[in-house]
Design a protein. Structure first.
Length: 168
């Protein structure tokens, strides 16, 4: 049988057939999973709109790659992500490292506010962090993403699109 992505023929032991009947070699499967780790719009990896479970594909990957993917899975599946406020770090802070609004970075030890995603502070979250960043936000007309609270800029598309919030 041939891989549906690269069209190279493999022995049945060297190719994975998915529920949708498509077949993929180890190299092409790894591309699916690697892309999913780098681009949230491609997570989770899927074929024919059916998720490809890691447990099914894992036999095609090295143990190191599976560990890497599992570590990234937590970040990709977390809805309200928090990243270290220090730009030099910007590491993902796992939900289990956030207690009473204190998000402790496991990489550098900095504390980030779990609500506004800025450096930890006492009291209510403020739109003024003393750096002039929020003045630039106003001038550039940036907005906070309602999901992840990161600053985003609309650079394309229709002005009439509305956010739709789905209860999950």
């Amino acid at each position: 049988p041939a891989c549906n992505a690269c069209m190279v023929s493999f022995t049945p032991d060297d190719i994975l057939q998915l529920v949708c009947k498509h077949r993929y070699c180890s190299r092409c499967l790894k591309v699916f999973f690697t892309r999913a780790m780098k681009d949230e719009t491609l997570y989770p990896p899927a074929c024919c709109q059916t998720k490809i479970p890691l447990r099914v594909a894992a036999k095609s990957f090295s143990k190191r790659f599976v560990r890497c993917y599992k570590a990234k899975q937590l970040e990709l599946s977390t809805r309200n992500k928090t990243y270290c406020h220090r730009l030099a770090c910007s590491a993902f802070i796992a939900p289990h490292s956030i207690h009473n609004g204190h998000a402790c970075c496991q990489q550098c030890g900095s504390i980030t506010c779990g609500s506004c995603k800025s450096a930890w502070h006492w009291g209510r979250c403020s739109e003024d962090d003393g750096t002039g960043f929020f003045e630039l936000v106003k001038i550039a007309a940036w907005k906070r993403c309602p999901e992840c609270k990161r600053m985003v800029e609309k650079n394309d598309g229709c002005d009439h699109i509305r956010y739709v919030y789905l209860a999950m």
